[in-house]
Design a protein around this ligand. Sequence first.
Ligand code: NAG
Ligand code: NAG
Ligand code: NAG
Ligand code: NAG
Length: 195
Amino acid sequence: MDFKKPWFFYVILVYSEVMILVQAKCMSPPPSSNFTLGGYYGLWFEAGKIQTPGGAFFEKDCVCTTIEVEPKSNKTTGDCTALNSCRKLKPQGKYINATGQLEDMNPPGKWKESFFFFLPKVDYTVIYLDKDFAVEYDCGETLGITNYCIHVMARVPDPDLTKVQSLVNFAEQLGLNTDKLPYNQTHQAGCWGKR
Ligand SMILES: *[C@@H]1O[C@H](CO)[C@@H](O)[C@H](O)[C@H]1NC(C)=O
Ligand SMILES: *[C@@H]1O[C@H](CO)[C@@H](O)[C@H](O)[C@H]1NC(C)=O
Ligand SMILES: *[C@@H]1O[C@H](CO)[C@@H](O)[C@H](O)[C@H]1NC(C)=O
Ligand SMILES: *[C@@H]1O[C@H](CO)[C@@H](O)[C@H](O)[C@H]1NC(C)=O
């Protein structure tokens, strides 16, 4: 028997054990039974989020965050764009915008989202929808690392915080917050004075 394995045997062994320890896989929650494309289109104000550090890197310094969902020209397929827009650090800060492509909708309310051609696509699911609120869960796995984000969004920048908290609880009860990360309210005060 040969006990002297090549060095990369040990590298792979340690790597796979670390991956088994850290891996919190993406969840597959069902889309909201209320979901309609028409009900999701338009402007949403981010009330808050639960997000892994490697999540949406462009959201790190964001205040005044909005998401605007629009159908692509070919409306029949369910393909949409989701413009993520925010201000850097303060309400007068510069815009940070990034447009996500929502494609391959199946079932209604669940898409693949991509930002840049070289980044892997993530699963994007609208898990709650009514006329005033939406909750969206997106998750992707890269090189054994799981990144996810749970966005609570409202049609107004100053939503009812009791309702927001109940939606955070709803997402927690679905087991989506696998890393037990804190909920972080999005700064929206002073952003929309002239609206
Ligand atoms: C719209 O989508 C349908 C179904 O995927 C496709 O056959 C058609 O070519 C598309 N039209 C345009 C203008 O992209
Ligand atoms: C970013 O998006 C906002 C809409 O939220 C728009 O008003 C602004 O012009 C955009 N800025 C840039 C630099 O794309
Ligand atoms: C559907 O919307 C109603 C309110 O309009 C809400 O009470 C219910 O929880 C929603 N269901 C889902 C699955 O989002
Ligand atoms: C919450 O967000 C702010 C900036 O938006 C950030 O500085 C802070 O570290 C975040 N807190 C947590 C617990 O993620």
